[in-house]
Ligand binder design. Structure first.
Ligand code: BJW
Ligand code: ZN
Length: 267
């Protein structure tokens, strides 16, 4: 195959892969390490058509987080909150994983030990067949009781003007996502820190790295000696501590890294 594209995109000449020295270096580190952790944010799903939160086109440019993504907002206006979540569910239901999600699955298959930590609630990593996933901020398709936290696994369509009540305690049903001011699932966040701190190579991909505790994970990994790689369209608060920062789209960069690891494995 003879193909050539410009910039950071893959250049494949006579089946030998040529790419940037930085990507080459990262692939080399990945090839030689035992434990990789990947943290993703909304940016990984942007190329699938899921809106991000921050930035010009982000959801928080059009909607106020405190009116939609807090318990206070839900208690004072559950109909509006459900309308917003129904709109997002519908949007997410229609989209497919992109090349970035697929590359992460390939990276997992090429790794001895691999953990994917995602802040996303869209379920696209699962759909792309990544196996070891920690969902930090819940899942938009799951519901739970606002009072007793009973999980309602099956996707029930919620009518905003007739929000169902919990069969156990009568509390209102809400989406099982983590809103501002709410604690993350203790076991999930503990495992996320444990794996991050044990990792040799940590990728922070498509996250603005401003929401905690998720944004502390790359810092914790780096402090314990991991090589920190950031892939994002723009710099973030963690860029200054990253060993490698690649400015670009995850759906274009990640497949290059995976292709190079595969090439190294077949040598
Ligand atoms: C691309 C791309 C492409 C685009 N390729 N890249 C410490 C310090 C300060 C504050 C706090 C702190 N600890 C806790 C807090 C408070 C708060 C917080 O962090 N606030 C800050 C914002 C100031 N945190 C919390 O409240 C958390 N709870 C908690 O800590 O509990 C303990 C506690 C309780 C009470 C009091 C105090 C502490 C919970 C946070 C929950 C976040 N929830 C949301 C909504 C989830 C549900 C839903 O989806 O509906 O989670 S908010 C939203 O932000 C969502 C995301 O998961 C999260 C992170 O956003 P993300 O993924 O980074 O997206 P963006 O849009 O910000 O960035 C996208 C990036 O992609 C950009 O950088 C683009 O450039 C890039 N990009 N295309 C590569 N193709
Ligand atoms: Zn209940």
């Amino acid at each position: 195959m003879l193909s050539r594209t410009v910039g950071l995109t893959l250049v494949n000449l006579h089946s030998k892969l040529y790419t940037s020295p930085m990507i080459e270096k990262i692939a080399d580190i990945a090839h030689n390490c035992k434990h990789i952790v990947v943290l993703t944010g909304a940016g990984i799903s942007a190329e699938s058509g899921v809106p991000t939160f921050r930035g010009k086109e982000g959801l928080w440019g059009k909607f106020r987080p405190e009116e939609l993504a807090t318990m206070d907002a839900f208690m004072s206006n559950p109909e509006i909150v459900w309308e917003w979540y129904n709109w997002r569910r519908e949007l997410m239901w229609k989209v497919q994983p992109n090349l970035g999600h697929d590359a992460i699955t390939n990276l997992e298959n090429l790794s001895d030990k691999f953990t994917l930590i995602t802040q996303n609630v869209d379920g696209l990593h699962k759909l792309a067949d990544t196996k070891n996933i920690l969902e930090l901020h819940g899942n938009i398709y799951r519901n739970k009781c606002v009072s007793c936290n009973t999980i309602i696994e099956e996707t029930v369509e919620i009518q905003p003007d007739a929000i169902p009540s919990c069969q156990k305690c009568g509390g209102k049903i809400r989406p099982d996502v983590v809103w501002f001011g709410e604690m993350l699932d203790e076991q999930i966040i503990q495992k996320a820190f444990e794996d991050s701190e044990k990792s040799e190579l940590f990728f922070s991909i498509g996250t603005s790295a401003v929401v905690h505790p998720a944004a502390s994970l790359p810092v914790a990994a780096k402090e314990r000696g991991a090589v920190l790689v950031e892939i994002n369209m723009e710099a973030t608060p963690i860029t200054p501590i990253a060993d490698y920062f690649i400015a670009g789209k995850s759906g274009e960069i990640l497949p290059q890294i995976v292709a190079l690891i595969k090439e190294k494995r077949s040598i």
